[in-house]
Design a binder for this molecule. Structure first.
Ligand code: GDP
Length: 329
């Protein structure tokens, strides 16, 4: 890690849209060192008034669905239209191995080379909650650096989607034109978080299948609970490869945004997200303190073993451990 600078250097750099400073500040945010955390918080606090202005978009989908192709093509269209685009990628599978392929710039060659884009993989973290918190802080720093479109990307595996939906204004679920599987996706609860469904690869021999999938989705959505009152989730057909339907997708994102603003959902969603963030932080901190407590560290393994063997009830075990650092229910 590059040597730490004074808070002012990060703050000034970010205000001027310096991507190196932005990247270094995000590294600070991701650091677990207490002094880095303190520095990161002063940088964030100083910049908070310059945040909140971007369009925050979540994009999720299974590997191979075309997320990077979409972001490369859509991102370049947005840049041509005068936007500054940041991509933050969350790859839950990287949490074990460390490092992420999602945020790899080579996946988005044109966007990666553009001076109007900023691409960053998620930190490898132990808990999804921790990753969410750091991604949110990275998002705020991107906004302060002048990025007016921030895309948070994730591989669709359920939990991470819910987490991303708590960070963004508009959540786009990217799907393959395979109706059977996609309806499975709906059952899995993607519908709970999606504001827009986009069926990619609607080209060549898949075009007809994609149209059928669109109809099946629309039918299924018709009978699902609306996530946002008054908003029926649109299904967009597109081909990222042939760059067809991207404008339609973008127009739909904007329509959703406008709908949210017109109906008070926008401020409600953002304030709920801020509250959620506070609680996430409290939960994370409580867990960190719990794990750091020396007596807990001493006894955790043995108690866990007893629970695993059925020799101690989980509740009694939890109470015993919590008592050690006097957090009781
Ligand atoms: P990701 O894993 O979701 O990021 O998917 P990629 O963007 O890397 O795409 C996976 C593969 O699908 C690549 O070989 C792409 O060229 C291809 N692909 C992406 N979008 C389309 C599309 O719209 N149509 C077709 N036919 N192929 C696509």
């Amino acid at each position: 890690m590059a040597p730490r600078l004074k808070a002012e250097a990060y703050i000034e750099g970010i205000r001027q849209g310096d991507r190196v400073m932005l990247a270094r500040a995000i590294t600070l945010v991701e650091s677990i060192r207490p002094d880095d955390q303190k520095l990161a918080q002063s940088v964030l606090n100083a910049l908070l008034s310059q945040t909140g202005q971007s369009l925050r978009i979540g994009l999720s989908g299974p590997p191979g669905v075309g997320k990077s192709t979409t972001m490369d093509a859509l991102g370049m269209q947005l840049i041509t239209a005068g936007h500054q685009v940041a991509v933050l990628a969350i790859d839950p599978s990287s949490q074990v191995g460390g490092g992420s392929i999602l945020g790899d710039k080579t996946r988005m060659p044109r966007l990666g080379a553009s001076e109007h884009a900023f691409i960053r993989p998620s930190p490898a973290g132990k808990s999804l909650g921790g990753v969410a918190e750091k991604t949110r802080e990275a998002l705020l720093l991107c906004e302060a650096a002048g990025y007016d479109v921030v895309i948070v990307e994730t591989v669709g595996v359920g939990q991470s989607e819910i987490m991303v939906s708590q960070l963004v204004d508009t959540f786009v679920a990217l799907m393959l034109p395979n109706a059977g599987d996609e309806l499975q996706g709906i059952k899995k609860g993607i519908i709970e978080v999606a504001d827009i469904i986009a069926i990619n690869k609607a080209d060549g021999p898949m075009a007809a299948i994609a149209s059928r999938a669109k109809r099946e989705h629309e039918n299924a959505l018709h009978y699902s609970r609306q996530r946002l009152e008054g908003w029926s989730v649109p299904v967009v057909l597109m081909s990222a490869l042939e760059q067809v339907g991207l404008q339609d997708l973008w127009a739909t994102v904007q329509r959703h945004h406008q709908f949210m603003r017109d109906n008070g959902h926008f401020h409600r969603r953002r304030s709920e997200q801020r509250t959620q963030w506070m609680w996430n932080h409290i939960q994370n901190q409580l867990l960190v303190h719990f794990h750091q407590h020396p007596q807990v560290q001493d006894q955790l393994e043995a108690v866990e073993l007893l629970v695993r063997d059925g020799a101690l009830s989980p509740v009694t075990a939890a109470k015993r451990l919590l008592k050690l650092q006097s957090i009781q229910d």
